[in-house]
Design a protein around this ligand. Structure first.
Ligand SMILES: *[C@@H]1O[C@H](CO)[C@@H](O)[C@H](O)[C@H]1NC(C)=O
Ligand SMILES: *[C@@H]1O[C@H](CO)[C@@H](O)[C@H](O)[C@H]1NC(C)=O
Ligand SMILES: *[C@@H]1O[C@H](CO)[C@@H](O)[C@H](O)[C@H]1NC(C)=O
Ligand SMILES: *[C@@H]1O[C@H](CO)[C@@H](O)[C@H](O)[C@H]1NC(C)=O
Length: 394
């Protein structure tokens, strides 16, 4: 029961948005660079009279959730459905048939779950949240930012998600209307009709002792995940030369010049040639921008990001890649299986208590982000998982 104690005080809520998931092959990136820049400049939010609506704080983004990722395999964008329609669909429609078929804009909407509050240890948190969903057969995307974790679940599976989490002791509670930082997105036509109550943001609260899934189920999930990965020839790979750092925009720098400096740096990253080898930007209306990027990109920010990016001098990170292109779209439990394997494998190895796992899903891949000094152990844990499942098959 000690594990469940770590869940106290945490809150889980749905962000008031419906997002689409966009996959763009890198050769087609230039066609979409303009759309992506517009998304970052958030100059598309207008009120009923058509006037531009700017966020009230300079660090705040105008939509509840956007994520833009550039990796060696793809550009992946998560953005509200309205922006996908307005910014990306017209470009897609102008491409020739072959190019068009290689880009995908999800037809299904996703809901974004955010995890706030203290008391959840990072590694266990991934497991505690993803295992009930994996057991319920719900496929998810997981995005860790500097500030929070976000889980994307199919909008159509929302009630199943609520049930799965409630069964594990989470309590679903609608929150008061108009909570700061969780503004509804008026551009989303789906929102109003699907919100049964008129609150703009609902949340789960943990009961005193949530029932974490029995370990046997979690280890079964691990075995199943690694069998799936092996069967589809997915092995973890790493570019040991690529050092990453996760930073966030400095919120105390209220000066609009600093906000402009941040935007300039981000746009430079997105237009540099060759394209960044790793760049993941998360924008929300609740916290300042968070970015995980190759360290060599920092000089693209004015003054090398000094005063602009918090954590830029933090420990170097490395991304372990799981290229999931060969996996069927409806594969479930990958994040949970990988997290379980890593947490088991890392126990006692670091000489520190807990392993802070960061995971980034893109449309076609998963990235486990670890500190440099954790890389060897993390790879050993993941390879151990592979071996187990190969042995398990023979
Ligand atoms: C809506 O509000 C009613 C009354 O407060 C409550 O009983 C019900 O559970 C709420 N439904 C949802 C989906 O939050
Ligand atoms: C909806 O909002 C109104 C006004 O804010 C409030 O009086 C009413 O109780 C709310 N209804 C529900 C079901 O939450
Ligand atoms: C954040 O910005 C403030 C105001 O410009 C500055 O004094 C402070 O040093 C910055 N913090 C970091 C960590 O860069
Ligand atoms: C995990 O994160 C917490 C909070 O940021 C930090 O205090 C702790 O040292 C981290 N643990 C490891 C093993 O990095």
């Amino acid at each position: 029961m000690t594990q469940s104690m770590t869940l106290l005080n945490a809150q889980i809520g749905f962000l008031a948005t419906h997002v689409a998931l966009i996959h763009i092959p890198l050769p087609l990136y230039p066609y979409f660079a303009h759309s992506i820049s517009r998304l970052i400049l958030h100059n598309d939010k207008r009120d009923a009279e058509g006037n531009l609506v700017l966020p009230s704080r300079s660090w705040q983004y105008s939509c509840p959730f956007v994520n833009i990722c550039i990796t060696p395999t793809e550009c992946s964008v998560v953005c509200p459905r309205a922006q996908a329609e307005e910014l990306f669909h017209p470009i897609l429609n102008n491409l020739d048939a072959k190019a068009r078929s290689s880009v995908s804009i999800s037809t299904d909407d996703y809901s974004v779950i955010t995890i706030a509050g203290a008391g959840l240890e990072a590694g266990e948190r991934v497991l505690d949240l993803t295992s009930p969903l994996a057991i319920a057969g719900i496929s998810i995307y997981f995005i860790t930012s500097y500030w929070s974790d976000y889980i994307l679940v199919p909008f159509a599976a929302r009630s199943k998600v609520i049930c799965a989490l409630e069964e594990r002791g989470f309590v679903f509670e609608p929150e008061d209307e108009g909570e700061a930082g969780h503004m509804t997105n008026p551009a989303s036509p789906l929102l109003r009709s699907h919100h049964r109550n008129n609150s703009s943001h609902s949340s789960f609260d943990f009961l005193a002792s949530p029932i974490t899934p029995p370990p046997s189920t979690v280890s079964e999930l691990q075995v199943k995940t690694f069998k799936t990965l092996v069967r589809n020839n997915v092995s973890p790979t790493v570019d040991p030369e690529l050092y990453l750092v996760t930073c966030a925009a400095n919120k105390s720098s209220t000066a609009s010049l600093q906000a402009a400096a941040l935007t300039l740096g981000l746009l430079k990253c997105l237009t540099t040639s060759p394209l960044p080898r790793f760049f993941s930007l998360t924008l929300t209306d609740a916290d300042s921008a968070s970015v995980t990027l190759g360290q060599t990109l920092l000089p693209l920010f004015p003054n090398e990001g000094e005063d602009i990016l918090l954590g830029k001098d933090g420990p170097e990170q490395v991304a372990i890649t799981l290229d999931l292109q060969t996996l069927p779209q409806e594969s479930t439990g990958i994040v949970c299986g990988v997290a379980g394997r890593l947490i088991d494998g890392m126990k006692g190895r670091l000489g520190r208590e807990l392993f802070n796992m960061s995971y980034l899903s893109t449309a076609k891949a998963g990235y486990v982000i670890v500190y440099r000094d954790e890389l060897e152990d993390a790879m050993a844990a993941l390879r151990g998982g592979e071996k187990d499942s190969i042995n398990g098959r023979t």
